[in-house]
Design a protein around this ligand. Structure first.
Ligand SMILES: *Cc1c(COP(=O)(O)O)cnc(C)c1O
Length: 228
């Protein structure tokens, strides 16, 4: 078996085990394979193993792969990197999801630029859950007013929340941030019943995120190997 194949199967098993340990259904957590900086051939290989949802951080890198894999019509592309307002159009025209929405101006542009023939763009609001200075994401206190703003934009579909927690090895701090996200997610769902996605957890903290209620883990390194 190839490296990606072995790694992929290990990650799927880990995810199922984590769900079992947390008393959750294995299919209650979606796996997003983060293919940033990796070649299209590896994405194709992962697709052949059954994976459909892929995450990209860098616009041109992602667009090149979307183009190279256009024959795979049921791929689902998530943009998970920071997005500048002058780069919104290619995201609106090529991706299925944007996970890092945190500015009204970006939301407005994506709404205006989403092509008519495509379904509304799925969006997640990014929360700066660790309240770090200059980190992407809105503050938790602004969540409901931002969600309200998005509800007036018909070409965007609010699907939930995303976070990148503090880079720390302290599991107690991570757990606190993940649990805060879960609380915010429940508040959001009570007003927007379709916004059920909670995207949190990466290679190093997937198990903790599952225990704290994530519905989507974003895994790069443990599937595709370390990045240069
Ligand atoms: C790179 C990245 C990931 C994947 O991280 P790994 O540690 O490689 O699993 C997940 N989410 C975001 C936003 C990323 O930029």
């Amino acid at each position: 078996m190839s490296t990606v194949s072995t790694h992929y199967k290990t990650v799927v098993n880990r995810l199922h085990q984590a769900c079992q340990n947390a008393g959750r259904e294995p299919h209650s957590v979606q796996l997003l394979a983060v293919s940033k900086t990796k070649p299209a051939e590896l994405v194709r290989e992962c697709y052949e193993l059954g994976q459909r949802a892929f995450g990209e951080n860098y616009l041109q890198d992602g667009l090149d792969k979307i183009d190279a894999l256009a024959d795979l019509s049921d791929l689902e592309w998530h943009f998970i990197g920071p997005l500048q307002s002058n780069k919104t159009r290619p995201v609106a025209e090529n991706f299925h999801w944007l996970e890092t929405l945190d500015r009204e101006k970006i939301a407005q542009r994506l709404n205006d630029q989403r092509p008519e023939h495509m379904p509304a763009l799925n969006v997640l609001i990014q929360i700066n859950i660790s309240n770090e200075y200059q980190k992407s994401g809105i503050s938790a206190t602004d969540l409901m007013s931002f969600a309200q703003t998005l509800s007036s934009l018909p070409r965007l579909k609010l699907r939930g929340l995303m976070c990148i927690p503090e880079a720390t090895d302290d599991p107690a701090r991570l757990q606190q941030q993940f649990e805060h996200m879960r609380d915010l997610s429940q508040t959001l769902i009570s007003h927007y019943p379709e916004a059920t996605t909670l995207s949190m957890g990466m290679s190093s903290d997937m198990e903790l995120a599952v225990a704290c209620g994530t519905t989507e883990v974003r895994i790069g390194t443990d599937i595709f190997g370390a990045r240069d």
